[in-house]
Design a binder for this molecule. Structure first.
Ligand code: NI
Length: 260
């Protein structure tokens, strides 16, 4: 069915001698930004999809494409000089990394992730998860701990951002599952689900070492020896480290934006 050879060819920035698009002046800035990003990405031996994904990702993480900005497929196709197929596929990849959301009215929109919301979530996670973990540890069976170890191994080999988010949730829930407090666990799971997009965003921005697998291993080890205080200390560190890293990322990004 492939009518679109461009999706497999290496591509560079489109030629610059096209007519400027006609549209309301309020949208000029975003078009110029896109054009600049496309030009800056330069010619690389990538597929069209990878080229679009890398260019937009850089723009979103740097803040050049601001939160809430609509990314229309026809605009992108024109700016990149590509058909819609690789554009659509790139947008799907970006959605998996929580860098864009698909909305009913505007289509693809740059994700609105605020540091304040993220820090709020970290505070809630810290309170709820430490309570659940402390209650669960005395009741964790060797099977439960074995399952947690398996999830750690899966995380080590998983490349897909969306799947990494699920696995992180599964790992944490496995360790809290024996708390014997179903309502508390429902709250914990809901917060972890909301946290998922922040985690995917964070992984995309800073790389997979942000999964902090050493913490995951240390949590299992402490739980295995019923060292509640030790396990809780690791979990608190796990959450605080992630909060600090995200804070630093935003500070760096906003600092860079002010220099421009
Ligand atoms: Ni984790």
């Amino acid at each position: 069915m492939s009518q679109d050879p461009s999706s497999r060819q290496p591509v560079g920035p489109p030629s610059s001698d096209r007519q400027p698009p006609e549209r309301p002046s309020g949208e000029r800035r975003s078009d110029n930004t896109l054009a600049a990003l496309v030009a800056a990405e330069g010619a690389r031996p990538k597929t069209a999809t990878e080229f679009v994904e890398a260019t937009l990702k850089k723009g979103i993480l740097s803040g050049a494409l601001p939160a809430g900005m609509a990314l229309r497929q026809e605009d992108l196709a024109r700016e990149f000089g590509l058909s819609r197929m690789p554009i659509r596929e790139a947008l799907r990849q970006l959605e998996a990394q929580a860098l864009i959301d698909f909305t009913a009215h505007k289509g693809a929109v740059v994700t609105e992730i605020s540091l304040e919301d993220a820090l709020d979530l970290f505070a809630i996670r810290r309170a709820l998860e430490t309570a659940a973990f402390a209650l669960s540890i005395p009741n964790l069976s060797p099977d439960d701990l074995g399952r947690a170890v398996e999830v750690i191994a899966e995380i080590d080999t998983e490349a897909d951002a969306g799947r990494l988010g699920q696995l992180n949730r599964q790992f944490h829930m496995t360790l809290y599952a024996r708390a014997g407090r179903p309502k508390l666990l429902t709250l914990v799971e809901a917060q972890l689900a909301s946290y998922d997009r922040y985690l995917r965003f964070h992984l995309s921005a800073e790389g997979r070492e942000q999964m902090a697998q050493d913490d995951h291993r240390a949590m299992v080890e402490a739980a295995a020896t019923r060292d509640v205080a030790g396990a809780i200390a690791v979990l608190e560190r796990h959450i605080d480290t992630a909060a600090d890293a995200l804070t630093r990322f935003y500070a760096m990004r906003d600092g860079a934006a002010q220099v421009e």
